[in-house]
Design a protein around this ligand. Structure first.
Ligand code: ZN
Length: 420
């Protein structure tokens, strides 16, 4: 079980700990190529949320023609190949080979297995052994890695205050199902569960824009987060569509132009706080535009944070994609009013369609709700940890899981255990 989980990578491993009922598969494999010829399908690897890929050395180096020599008690490991002996120091991330020395991203021990960074394999070792080594990665791995990249310019505050916004409330009912399920009830339930999950994380303050069934305007929600000086904002919604077959989850960050027609309609739906079904609002949806909002992107508080909001949205969507069984509708952009005034990285997640029988059954199931909540909680913590790394509060070669960060770091390295 543990071995299987590990093959999926660190982020997934954390999620699955929290969602043990999630369906498992053997996970993606990396194809290791030497001089363009595949020599190994590596399934035991981890991706840290600094985006660095680490591969277990056990099967790797024999396939690459080297004999590793190491022990969990030692911070130095050796590789013997072609009558050469290379020494890699896990503490300093430096390699000594004869009189030369090289740097690599890092390596660490986990469960008595040694993991080493991608650049060591394709760079340091390949060069020393005179080989061309490349790694062919499946899309899921590539997407997962690329999500964990902060832009050069980012808000230099660690994530300490998070605002969760349960969509709708009071007279704003949101989407409904034929059996009378209401979006505003579901979003509140998910938000309350999410707050409970995150409450256990030391150093993190979590607030909800509403804790009961009451109306709040979209502007008031962003204003609430701004007043708290929040570092992260997440609005939770459930989707609706007249096309009953429409299903899946999607995550948005702000743009004045919608990614596609569905996203444009959805933003109008949410901005006008429409309720019920789309057919009864076809006129508004067809003709509604942002012109009545009279907005310029540059004037919006959110425009400062778009690059970070995109990273946050990608983390959420990629984490959901690894666990959820319904269709992955992707990361999209649309002009959501609730995001415009938020003066911090912000995203809006649509966890499924209340109008789709399968999505609805799942979303109303307590266990499935817990699964969604675990993923959202981990996504928030992934983003928090990503920033802490960028701010130098956690070193790059620290695993964030098996080693504690500096005492000042707000990140709890054992979060998986804590929010389970
Ligand atoms: Zn909504």
């Amino acid at each position: 079980m543990v071995r299987k989980l590990r093959t999926l990578g660190l982020g997934v491993w954390l999620i699955l700990l929290c969602a043990a009922d999630a369906p498992l598969d053997v996970g993606p494999a990396l194809s290791i190529l030497v001089n363009d010829r595949p020599v190994l399908q590596a399934r035991d690897f981890l991706i840290h949320n600094n985006g660095v890929l680490y591969i277990c050395v056990n099967e790797l180096f024999p396939a690459l023609g080297a004999k590793p020599d190491y022990s969990p008690d030692l911070t130095i490991f050796y590789l013997n190949f072609d009558k050469q002996r290379l020494a890699a120091d896990l503490k300093t991330s430096k390699v000594a080979l004869g009189s030369k020395s090289f740097k690599f991203a890092g390596g660490f021990w986990k469960d008595s297995r040694l993991y080493i960074s991608e650049d060591f394999i394709t760079g340091v070792y390949a060069e020393a052994a005179g080989l061309k080594i490349s790694i062919d990665k499946p899309e899921t791995v590539k997407n997962y890695q690329s999500a964990f990249r902060l832009p050069e310019k980012f808000k230099r505050d660690p994530v300490k205050v998070v605002v969760i916004d349960p969509g709708h409330g009071g007279e704003s009912i949101g989407a409904t199902s034929s059996e009378g399920w209401r979006e505003k009830d579901l979003t509140l339930k998910l938000a309350l569960k999410l707050r409970d999950r995150l409450k256990a994380v030391p150093g993190l303050q979590v607030y909800l824009t509403r804790e009961v069934d009451k109306y709040m305007s979209l502007e008031e929600r962003a204003e609430f987060a701004n007043k708290l000086n929040a570092d992260l904002f997440l609005s939770i919604h459930a989707n609706a569509c007249d096309e009953k077959s429409a299903s899946g989850f999607e995550t948005f960050f702000l743009s004045l132009n919608a990614s596609d027609e569905d996203s444009r309609k959805l933003a109008i739906w949410e901005n006008l706080e429409l309720s019920g079904n789309q057919a009864s609002h076809s006129k508004e949806l067809a003709h509604g535009s942002l012109s009545e909002l009279d907005v310029i992107l540059g004037d919006m508080a959110q425009s400062e944070h778009l690059a970070e909001s995109e990273v946050f949205a990608k983390i959420i969507q990629n984490n959901l994609a690894l666990i959820m069984q319904n269709p992955n509708r992707g990361v999209k952009q649309a002009p959501f009013r609730v995001l415009m005034g938020a003066n911090m990285p912000a995203a809006l997640v649509e966890v499924g369609f209340l109008t789709n029988a399968k999505d609805r059954k799942n979303m109303l199931d307590e266990k499935h709700q817990d699964k969604i909540v675990s993923i959202l909680a981990n996504s928030i913590l992934d983003f928090q940890e990503l920033k802490a790394r960028k701010l130098g509060m956690i070193r790059n070669n620290e695993t964030g899981q098996t080693q504690a960060g500096p005492a000042a770091a707000p990140v709890n390295p054992k979060r998986a255990a804590q929010i389970r």
